[in-house]
Design a protein around this ligand. Structure first.
Ligand SMILES: *Cc1c(COP(=O)(O)O)cnc(C)c1O
Length: 339
């Protein structure tokens, strides 16, 4: 039972069949029909002009930052944002930007917090070129922004000429949880990206979405970073299969995450809160137990997950975790915490 991340999913037999059957060509020449199909499909889905298939979510974020900023600019993110926590300094190393991090609630910013932290205009202050937000929040525990908060942020940024990037690595989880349509999300940010390789279950890939000019520039940055691929249709076919067959079932992952929180809240009061499980990520407080020690002990019982901090563990449900497995994992953890 591997609850470390929804990135651990493996392609299903049907997905592998779709990959094997994919028509391919050289995507650097723009001649891979399956990549083109994926990009057109995604652009239409989000109601935007164009989309670009890239190898990973990190590359999607870095490429987007490179398009939206110049060296020395500032990018605003929530304090625990993926871009500052998990991208090995890429935005600084590659785009030459600095980050202004703001404390949010469960990883979410809002227009008021951003406005309060805004730099004065003019010399010697850096230019705030971009605000980047996550849907759902990774280190915020899968919390959902929703449209209202995002629109308020975009309205604020429009008054300051600053762009909004939506790092929607798990945006399909948010859409399944709330019923919001892709085109409604697509209408708000300057650019957005999402991962095919997380809960959607594809082995590789993310897609960036935006206006045609943005995507043209993003294609150049993808090339500069070595991310232009050749017969990538084999991978795009997995993404198309995922978008067709693996979106609605994300609701099962959310149900399983909630079950884990309910079992733990019941057996070890205070360890988890089902009301804070919006999607497929569960944070569990380990109390007096060291989170890393709980993770090591559970691994001996075949349940894998990681510490989020010294006294919190993080569990992520996905398509290779069924209801019985989720429940068993919760009891294994409860046994360790009750010790
Ligand atoms: C996973 C994740 C990424 C990076 O995706 P990779 O495909 O692992 O590179 C970016 N942003 C957020 C919010 C994520 O959760």
């Amino acid at each position: 039972m591997d609850l470390r991340s929804d990135t651990v999913t493996r392609p299903t037999d049907d997905m592998r069949a779709a990959m094997a059957a994919a028509e391919v060509g050289d995507d650097v020449y723009g001649e891979d029909p399956t990549v083109n199909h994926l990009q057109e499909h995604v652009a239409t889905l989000f109601g935007r002009e164009a989309a670009l298939f890239v190898p990973s979510g990190v590359m999607a974020n870095v490429v987007s930052v490179c398009v939206h900023t110049s060296p020395g600019d500032e990018v605003v993110v929530e304090r625990n944002g993926h871009s500052v926590a998990y991208e090995d300094g890429a935005p600084a190393a590659v785009a030459g930007v600095q980050y202004l991090t703001i404390e949010g609630d469960r990883g979410r910013l809002d227009a008021d917090r951003i406005a309060a932290a805004w730099r004065p205009a003019g010399w010697p202050y850096p230019t705030t070129a971009l605000v980047s937000v996550e849907e759902t929040t990774n280190r915020g525990g899968g919390a959902v922004y929703g449209l209202d908060r995002l629109r308020a942020i975009r309205d604020l940024l429009d008054t300051r000429g600053t762009r909004l990037h939506l790092d929607g690595a798990r945006i399909f989880n948010a859409m399944v949880a709330t019923g919001v349509a892709p085109a409604d999300y697509g209408s708000i940010p300057t650019s957005l990206n999402f991962c095919l390789s997380k809960g959607l279950g594809a082995p590789v890939g993310s897609v960036i979405v935006g206006d045609a000019d943005f995507v043209d520039e993003a294609r150049r940055w993808r090339r500069r970073l070595g991310g232009a691929m050749r017969q990538a249709g084999v991978l795009a076919a997995a993404g198309l299969h995922a978008l067709e067959h693996h979106v609605d079932r994300l609701a099962d992952d959310h149900g399983n995450a909630r079950t884990i929180a309910e079992v733990l809240a019941d057996r070890v009061p205070g360890s988890a809160d089902p009301d804070l499980v919006d999607t497929n990520i569960v944070f569990v407080s380990t109390g007096d137990h060291l989170a890393a020690a709980v993770a090591t002990a559970a691994a001996d019982d075949g349940v894998l997950f990681g510490p989020a901090d010294g006294s919190t563990i993080r569990l992520v449900t996905h398509l290779d975790v069924d209801a019985a497995g989720a429940e068993r994992a919760a009891h294994v953890i409860a046994d360790l915490l009750a010790d």
